[in-house]
Design a protein around this ligand. Structure first.
Ligand code: NAD
Length: 325
């Protein structure tokens, strides 16, 4: 059995497993997931010491929350730190988001029902780059803090893909947690430029999501909807192939790499199968082979840190390119 490693989640007082459970695949985001197997995967993860679970009403348009709630019923809820989100609900740019105080306040009540619990441990605004900064800082976050005062949620955070907006908001409003996705992995390490040092300095719990670059760094390859430019996906494919030729599963190398990070409190990997949980646990506390890592980083170099446009144009990171270009 893997010896799990735990770390402080910023100043929250929570100790979280460095390997966290991403529940978006329970909502069929990466293809149909077997609900019974999903429940087994959640239970197995808890038994193996994974204690951080991340979900959102957006994943599977509420399905992931409902399934995670079912899996945590019967005594498992109290053994985990449960994180969900509000503000993102559907795919459309126009209809998918609502960062108003009224919607956020209603959202937590809906999530509590689906998750079969009476409090959310970490409540986050989902993908703030789709909002106006003024609304996020002066309407949405204050509504979240009121929910914290009311005891509906214990801690408050933000999530996004672009890094600049995460840093800017964190420098303006006091936060408990920040979740960044796809910005610290074998293909992109830009999270370390400003966000990681800032989080460490300010005592904010830093959460790194999508360590497999939303399946680019697996033998299965990226799903159709993956937003990265084609040249990034192509290099990802070549890296997976090269690792295979060396007798290594690229996902193992990718997990080992991210789990070596010194400041990230928890790394969230999406899982809906016992087999994936088992596999990812094996990377905890294991350093990547330095030679293989160096070769892979050399292959990635021409597309390293390529960032795509996500959200409102004013929130894009500098140099962001068109999605799937
Ligand atoms: P990921 O990089 O974790 O990849 C998940 C995919 O890889 C799934 O298809 C899963 O079945 C597969 N997988 C997992 N382990 C594997 C292994 N060892 N070998 C081969 N395949 C494996 O991407 P993700 O799921 O998008 O990110 C992880 C979690 O982070 C999400 O589930 C979600 O909870 C969170 N997240 C949050 C945000 C946000 O808040 N804005 C954004 C992205 C992700």
């Amino acid at each position: 059995m893997t010896e799990m490693i735990y770390r402080d989640l910023g100043k929250t007082g929570l100790r979280v497993s460095i390997l966290g459970y991403g529940a978006s695949p329970l909502g069929n985001e990466f293809g149909a997931a077997d609900p019974k197997e999903g429940i087994r995967a959640v239970h197995y993860a808890i038994e193996q010491g994974i204690n951080y679970f991340d979900v959102s009403p957006y994943y599977g348009r509420t399905l992931a929350e409902t399934r995670l709630g079912e899996a945590l019923a019967g005594g498992y809820r109290d053994r985990v730190i449960l994180a969900t989100k509000a503000g993102r609900y559907d795919k459309g740019r126009e209809t998918g988001f609502d960062f108003s105080a009224e919607r956020i306040t209603r959202s937590v009540e809906e999530s509590l029902v689906r998750l079969q619990t009476d409090t959310i441990d970490v409540f986050q605004i989902h993908d703030i780059e789709y909002g106006r900064r003024e609304q996020i800082m002066y309407e949405t976050l204050p509504a979240m803090f009121r929910l914290k005062e009311a005891g509906k949620v214990r801690f408050v955070g933000i999530t996004a893909y672009p890094l600049g907006i995460l840093c800017d908001v964190a420098e303006t409003v006091e936060l408990d947690t920040i979740l960044s996705y796809c910005r610290y992995n074998l293909m992109d390490t830009a999270m370390d430029d400003r966000l990681a040092p800032l989080s460490a300095r300010m005592g904010i719990g830093l959460i790194n999501a999508s360590p497999l670059h939303m399946r680019v760094l697996t033998n299965l390859g990226a799903p159709d909807w993956h937003p990265a430019p084609k040249r990034v996906l192509e290099v990802g494919r070549q890296v997976a192939e090269y690792c295979l030729s060396q007798g290594v599963d690229v996902a193992d190398l990718a997990m080992q790499f991210v789990l070596q990070h010194g400041h990230v409190a928890t790394t969230l990997v999406g899982m809906s199968k016992v087999r994936s949980v088992e596999r990812n646990l094996k990377s905890v506390g294991v350093a990547p082979d330095p030679e293989l890592l160096a070769t892979v980083q050399e292959m990635i170099e021409p597309v390293a840190d390529v960032v795509w446009k996500e959200g409102r144009p004013e929130n894009d990171d500098p140099g962001a390119v068109d999605k799937a270009s």
